[in-house]
Write a protein that binds this ligand. Structure first.
Ligand code: URA
Length: 217
């Protein structure tokens, strides 16, 4: 049966909770904030890879006998799409888990008055191969403008939302509602859900501007 609802998974993992706490703390300096986001990228991607990475069964020969073994299927492409800037912070950890994935950068800048995103970099291929697994990295799902823009570009290029995973540090209801209305097969992995956005579209309590804190700007 196909999944009918957006799923939001908050893995109950002490490492994820720990690094979220470090990232939230305003006293955390940029260098440690970057480490926290890298670690969150690693552990959230690890969780997202469960039931998503395609595997195949092959027989191997141990020193003692033949034995069935499960490997990642190298014939099914895996892609990571970091949404620039802040999505770059999650990329190193995601790549540690998915070392063979192709990386397609997608750059969006938010207009601070309208809160609408404008694309300044689109490295996506014209068409993705069928069954490509796509993992999007975006630390904050707030108003949903950026993630909806990226999902529209991906699905126009043949990506199946049911084979897509979003890795995000903090998500908020406005973005989740928009995703749920259009992409019911999608799964979001996040460290937490915060309920409130302020008038500038920032998540409260959140962690502030993820891009500024990652890059020290
Ligand atoms: N982007 C951020 O960096 N922080 C927020 O709280 C919302 C969007």
């Amino acid at each position: 049966m196909t999944q009918q609802q957006l799923r939001i998974i908050v893995p109950p993992h002490p490492l994820i909770q720990h690094w979220l706490g470090v990232a939230r703390d305003v006293a955390t300096p940029s260098v440690l904030f970057r480490s926290a986001i890298t670690e969150l990228g690693r552990w959230l991607t690890y969780e997202a890879a469960r039931d998503w990475l395609p595997t195949q069964e092959i027989s191997v020969q141990t020193p003692l006998a033949a034995c069935p073994a499960t490997f990642i299927n190298p014939n099914i492409p895996v892609a990571v799409v970091p949404i620039l800037r802040a999505g770059l912070g999650l990329l190193e950890g995601a790549q540690g888990v998915l070392p063979l994935a192709s990386i397609y950068h997608f750059g969006l800048v938010r207009n601070e008055e309208t809160l609408e995103p404008t694309c300044y970099l689109n490295n996506l291929p014209e068409k993705f191969a069928p069954f490509t697994r796509v993992l999007i990295t975006e630390p904050m799902l707030a108003t949903g403008g950026s993630i909806m823009a990226v999902m529209a570009e991906l699905t126009q290029r043949g990506v199946d939302p049911a084979l897509t995973r979003i890795v995000s540090v903090i998500v908020a209801p406005p973005a989740l509602q928009k995703l749920a209305a259009v992409y019911p097969g999608l799964i979001v992995y996040t460290a937490t859900i915060d309920e409130i956005l302020n008038d500038h579209g920032y998540i409260v309590p959140g962690l502030g501007d993820a891009g500024d804190r990652i890059f020290g700007t």
